[in-house]
Design a protein around this ligand. Structure first.
Ligand SMILES: Cc1cc2nc3c(=O)[nH]c(=O)nc-3n(C[C@H](O)[C@H](O)[C@H](O)COP(=O)(O)OP(=O)(O)OC[C@H]3O[C@@H](n4cnc5c(N)ncnc54)[C@H](O)[C@@H]3O)c2cc1C
Length: 180
């Protein structure tokens, strides 16, 4: 875990903040803390779902365990982009997009998804969109309310570590930070 902290203090990230302004060269620790602060400010209607979705940027199927953990901590469910269904990794029911499900979540977290219009069209009614992608020019960042440019393999473990430190209870994270 000390290694994780060291990496988090060294690696540099760019963040798109909620007012559309980019902050450059933040260390991962700072970028993740900004995301946690952002989560504290947003109001997700109780009746709306939270979806954590992964795309072709997720290199190994086992990495989806980390996305599932994030969905669990947020009290949400998982979604995927089409290539992962075409690849046979996931059933069609999980596909988000014009040929899959159209969704209106309170919060949509897109990890390793470029933001092709066939995908984005199906999430355009989301209240809030958070994007994590290594490519600053990925189209999804244009629609993102908050975004981190970087590798999910580094962002997600640190984010989860920080979240789980704050609340060990699955699904209770958003309620918990709002009370703090
Ligand atoms: C008729 C038609 C219907 C379609 N219907 C759908 C549909 O219903 N749903 C759908 O999703 N698509 C659909 N598509 C496909 C769509 O056009 C895109 O090809 C698809 O959405 C791309 O999926 P992706 O973003 O996961 O993959 P990619 O476009 O390959 O993007 C992967 C992203 O991951 C990022 N990345 C790479 N490594 C990392 C890392 N380590 N950490 C973080 N990010 C990383 C890359 O920068 C890239 O932006 C349809 C296409 C057609 C023609």
């Amino acid at each position: 875990m000390n290694n994780m902290k060291k990496i988090a203090e060294k690696e540099l990230y760019a963040v798109k903040t909620e007012n559309g302004i980019w902050r450059e060269e933040l260390c991962l620790k700072k970028a993740v803390h900004m995301l946690l602060l952002y989560l504290k400010t947003i109001e997700i209607p109780a009746e709306k779902e939270i979806i954590v979705a992964g795309g072709r940027g997720i290199k190994e199927k086992k990495d989806f365990r980390t996305l599932q953990s994030l969905a669990d901590v947020l009290g949400g469910t998982m979604g995927v982009s089409r290539p992962l269904v075409d690849e046979g990794w996931f059933p069609r029911e999980l596909q988000i997009g014009i040929n899959g499900k159209r969704v209106e979540p309170g919060l949509y977290v897109a990890v390793g998804i470029s933001g092709a219009f066939q995908h984005m069209a199906a999430v355009k009614e989301a209240d809030y969109i958070i994007v994590m992608n290594t490519d600053r020019n990925a189209p999804f960042f244009e629609r993102a309310d908050f975004g981190i440019v970087g590798d999910y393999k580094k962002i997600l473990p640190f984010l989860l570590w920080e979240m789980e430190k704050k609340t060990p209870r699955t699904g209770g994270f958003l309620e918990y930070i709002k009370k703090k």
